[in-house]
Design a protein around this ligand. Structure first.
Ligand code: S3P
Length: 468
């Protein structure tokens, strides 16, 4: 019988952080209408790249260093997990991180249960890694994570020979036992998911022969880029039908790297949208990753008429980076093309806030995947907008938002342990007539611990609220 572990919370000490899936105190927060937001900020390091840096570092032989790592709870959970697998993960004096890896196939059987807290990306990728090691590893998470579908990762891993014992079908907690001789697979992704693609590729690292992933709809490509940089035998081509075919030759050594993590475009979304909707604002969000598989939000805002300029374009570690300068102004509603969804999948809650202030209707289509994020984000967004006086229509895989030049606000939003719902609705409160309250801002620490200080520094008014 699987059971949840007793855990210690040491959040003030990022180097020794352990997730705590029985949740601590909720922190209600309230945002009030603010004057123009001004200044320059740097968003925290990209969450996707941060997870992968620690993981590939653990699988390389020698020391990988990581500068600009996101020290949010999700990534710290990956640091703890890699340590549980035997890698040495430390924070060095200058705020960088060092990972001493054990080599492909060299991880050790973890002693305890691996608690991934709120981190869907972390746990899915780590299960891929564990799956091709001939040992047992048990994974769990918080109330949000144990409600999210894991079958999408269990299915391909089972085809590789991994035994999966999950408490209820395709949910965590689950114990994975890797086979002595995993078999390579060719896997066509049934959902557009970088996490599933990455779990299969990371498993494939320790599988003899060629693991192939076919991606009918391209998703973020950080795993492929980073595997290539670490010296993996990986190649990508576009098939006749436009699908991406990724082939990885397993059991080749990875070489340690010096990684510089660029700013997270998904976190940058919040100061960007805040500056767009608060009249008179002029904000520069510096050092933002502009990888085309991640930049759909800025493209969409520009099409909606936002005053956005990309300055100081440069390359860091093979990725395009830029400073995004945003000025407040009026937007026009639009139908966001469904095929753009993978390049802005995490940004719909924030974009919904911009759409609330746009002239006319904004449609989001093809966003069914939003129902299985940290919360059902279609339901959370619709409930939050409705509670604040915005007219909205919900479909199974779509949202239509009827924009207005003024938004009443005054509502209290349930965040359902979802950091992006909390941040999005706090941004709404910066431009609505009445303040907006979120019932729990604690999950913001999973991806953007400095959110409140950064937004306040730009002129926003966010304070703890008493819900009585
Ligand atoms: C991520 C992939 C996306 C995204 C998540 C991060 C990644 O999830 O929503 O926040 O780092 O691979 P899906 O792969 O489930 O779409």
């Amino acid at each position: 019988m699987l059971s949840l572990p007793a855990l210690v919370q040491t959040c003030d000490d990022p180097e020794h952080y352990q997730p705590m899936s029985k949740h601590s105190r909720a922190i209600p927060l309230r945002a009030r209408r603010s004057g123009p937001l001004t200044g320059a900020v740097r968003p925290p390091g990209d969450k996707s790249i941060s997870h992968r840096s620690l993981m590939l570092g653990a699988l390389a032989i020698g020391e990988t260093t990581v500068e600009g790592l996101l020290e949010g709870e999700d990534v710290l959970a990956t640091a703890a997990a890699m340590r549980a697998f035997g890698a040495t993960v430390t924070r060095t004096g200058d705020g960088a991180w060092s990972v001493k890896g054990l080599g492909v196939g060299g991880l050790l059987e973890p002693e305890g249960i691996i608690d991934y807290g709120n981190a869907g990306t972390g746990v899915r990728l780590a299960m891929g890694i564990a799956g091709s090691h001939a040992f047992a590893a048990t994974f769990t998470g918080d109330a949000s994570l144990v409600g999210r579908p894991m079958g999408r990762v269990f299915d391909p891993l089972r085809r590789m020979g991994v035994q999966v014992l999950a408490r209820s079908g395709d949910r965590l907690p689950a114990t994975l036992r890797g086979p002595d001789m995993p078999v390579p697979i060719e896997y066509r992704l049934p959902v557009a998911s970088a996490q599933v693609k990455s779990a299969v590729l990371l498993a494939g690292l320790n599988v003899p022969g060629t693991t192939t992933v076919i991606e009918p709809v391209p998703t973020r490509d950080h795993t492929e880029r980073m595997l290539y940089a670490f010296g993996a035998a990986i190649e990508t081509e576009t098939g006749a039908d436009g699908a991406r075919v990724i082939r990885l030759e397993g059991r080749t050594d990875l070489k340690p790297q010096k990684i510089v993590v660029p700013g997270d475009p998904s976190s940058a979304a919040f100061p960007i949208i805040a500056a767009v909707i608060v009249e008179g604002s002029d904000v520069t969000v510096a050092n933002v990753l502009m990888n085309p598989t991640r930049f759909g939000l800025v493209e969409t805002l520009i099409e909606m008429g936002a005053d956005i300029a990309i300055e100081n374009r440069r390359k860091v570690g093979g990725e395009d980076i830029g400073d995004v300068r945003v000025k407040g102004g009026r937007l026009k509603g639009m139908a966001v093309p469904a095929e753009r969804a993978p390049s802005m999948i995490d940004e719909y809650p924030a974009l919904a806030i911009a759409a609330a202030f746009a002239e006319g209707d904004t449609r989001f289509d093809g966003i069914g995947e939003l129902r299985v994020k940290e919360s059902d984000r279609i339901a959370s967004v619709v409930a939050g907008l409705t509670a604040n006086g915005i007219a909205v229509e919900e479909g199974p895989e779509s949202i239509v938002i009827h924009g207005a030049s003024r938004v009443a606000g005054g509502g209290t939003v349930t965040t359902h342990l979802d950091h992006r719902i909390a941040m999005s609705f706090l941004v709404l409160g910066m431009a609505s007539d009445e303040p907006v309250t979120v019932d729990d801002g604690a999950p913001i620490a999973t991806s953007f611990p400095e959110f409140r200080a950064m937004m306040t520094g730009l002129g926003a008014d966010i304070a703890e609220a008493d819900l009585g």
